[in-house]
Ligand binder design. Structure first.
Ligand code: OMP
Length: 239
């Protein structure tokens, strides 16, 4: 059963999720606050948590709320242990302020069930890097069927639009978040056009000279692509 925990929803505005893979606490807070107007959520994973401690999740969350720009936090722990330990990890993430936790799908149904009782989860179905073609991609459709039962959403690669399209057909209206934009080669907006709900961007924003400008540009490229697609649909209907 999917989690009944009362937590934040991911609301679609910019459609951008910031992957905050930095190692310095001050820099991380500054970056999140600096681009808060252009993102819908912040994803925090091992680089930041192992550098600053798990308290950084609550710290970023509070800093955003204090500035009047509260955002949901996704803890990217790619949980993949036995069910009991996986659930403990999810619980710790939630206690630390995470609204969602990313869990690997290859652990199987018992892990998914245990994690979904402890947190709202995103399940990794397929990944954005080349190596994922060896083991994960061939199993991604089976993982998606498990996700449909237990997850709030899935992670699917912006670098492989075909994968997003196939996974969307299985998971129905679950939320799709897609990494691989900019630094890994996918153009902003392409995953959304393929059926994703949000695009995850890390280096494309935090490595930019002007982070705000980079986030702004990514956002306008996404909106532009969406408008073009809507226009094409509109014209198609009239014909
Ligand atoms: P950039 O490549 O810097 O935009 O960062 C991508 C972010 O998405 C990182 O935090 C990765 O850990 C994460 N990610 C992937 O890049 N590929 C995946 O298949 C899955 C994830 C993820 O689960 O978030």
């Amino acid at each position: 059963m999917a989690s009944q925990l009362k937590q934040a929803e991911l609301k679609k505005a910019s459609r951008v999720i910031l992957a905050l893979d930095l190692e310095d606490r001050k820099e991380a807070v500054k970056t999140a606050l600096g681009v808060a107007d252009y993102i819908d959520a912040v994803k925090i994973g091992y680089p930041l948590v192992l550098s600053c401690g798990i308290g950084i999740i609550g710290e970023i969350k509070k800093a955003l709320a204090k500035s009047g720009k509260a955002k949901p936090i996704i803890a990217d722990f790619k949980v993949a242990d036995i069910p009991e330990i996986s659930a403990m990890i999810c619980k710790k993430a939630v206690e630390s302020g995470a609204d969602f936790v990313i869990v690997h799908g290859f652990g199987g149904e018992d892990v998914a069930e245990a994690c979904s009782a402890a947190a709202r989860i995103f399940m990794v179905c397929d990944m954005s890097h080349e190596g994922s073609r060896s083991f994960l991609e061939p199993s991604s459709m089976r993982i998606a069927r498990i996700a449909k039962k237990y997850a709030y959403g899935i992670v699917a690669p912006a670098t492989r639009e075909k994968s997003i399209k196939k996974l969307r057909r299985i998971i129905g209206d679950l939320v799709i978040i897609s990494p691989g934009v900019k630094a890994q080669g996918a153009a902003p907006g392409s995953a959304i056009l393929a059926g994703a709900d949000f695009e995850i961007v890390g280096r494309g924003i935090y490595n930019a000279k002007d982070r705000k400008k980079a986030a702004q540009e990514i956002l306008s490229e996404i909106k532009q692509k969406m408008r073009t697609k809507e226009g094409e649909h509109g014209r198609g209907k009239k014909q």
